[in-house]
Design a protein around this ligand. Structure first.
Ligand SMILES: [Zn+2]
Length: 241
């Protein structure tokens, strides 16, 4: 497990070279929040890190319902039975294997692996504006219909799940990065992802933390570049180029 510490965030990465999957521990004065739960093999490293920091884990927040963000969840809930597990109301359906779309949603298929027969119940369903400790919930759909980002109200860091990737290069969800195409292939809707990327940059984050790839400090210029690229690609598609 590779660990990188920036501001109040610990980034925990398994398979950093081959297939990097991140989760994050957000440290507050008297508590810890885990953001995403990686793969099953992330479990040990997460528990060790919590021990090392030596503060209680009070919350686990899932940025979205894909399998590579909830792998260690069941085991963690067993180890920390009082932890409050939360996900957006919309993506809680994915945790039940329900890929159905609502009538008002863009009718493109929800992609990516979702859990089958998850044994635990989510404790809290999140909507826009909710707070988990010092983290504020912003809806940033596109990768999945219920993807959320968490904004650190103290330091302006933002944890966006797979709304952006930085592995290979920085890209808006749905834009294919050949050296690491998996987030793009698992994306529900590229246009909505682009809108969410604009939303993320409007918050002027000081630190960008994603599900796949390294954290980026002062990320505004790189995110702008990724937005431009996505805009050009989507315009070309519309023109039939
Ligand atoms: Zn994903």
């Amino acid at each position: 497990m590779r660990i990188v510490h920036k501001q109040n965030l610990y980034q925990l990465t398994i398979l950093p070279r081959l297939f990097p999957v991140n989760c994050y521990i957000y440290e507050e004065k008297d508590q810890l929040t885990l953001i995403d739960a990686g793969m099953p093999s992330s479990y040990k490293g997460i528990v060790q890190m919590i021990k090392d920091i030596n503060k209680p884990l009070t919350n686990i927040v899932l940025t979205h319902g894909h399998g590579d963000h909830i792998g260690a969840l069941e085991n963690l809930k067993q180890t920390f039975p009082n932890v409050i597990v939360s996900i957006s109301e919309r993506d809680s359906r994915l945790l039940k294997g329900d890929r159905s779309l609502d009538a008002h949603e863009t009718q493109t298929p929800i992609k990516g692996g979702v859990p089958k027969g998850l044994k635990i119940e989510v404790d809290r369903l999140l909507i826009e504006g909710d707070r988990v400790g010092s983290l504020e919930v912003y809806t940033t759909p596109g990768h999945t219909p219920g993807s959320i980002s968490l904004y650190d109200t103290h330091h302006d860091a933002i944890i966006v799940g797979d709304a952006l990737q930085t592995r290979g290069r920085i890209a808006v969800s749905g834009q294919l990065v050949r050296s690491f195409p998996f987030p793009a292939l698992a994306t529900w809707n590229k246009e909505i992802s682009l809108e969410s990327a604009r939303r993320i940059i409007s918050l002027k984050p000081s630190l960008l933390a994603v599900g796949h790839g390294n954290m980026i400090e002062k990320p505004i210029d790189p995110i702008e570049k990724a937005i431009k690229e996505a805009e050009e690609n989507l315009n070309n598609v519309m023109k039939g180029a």
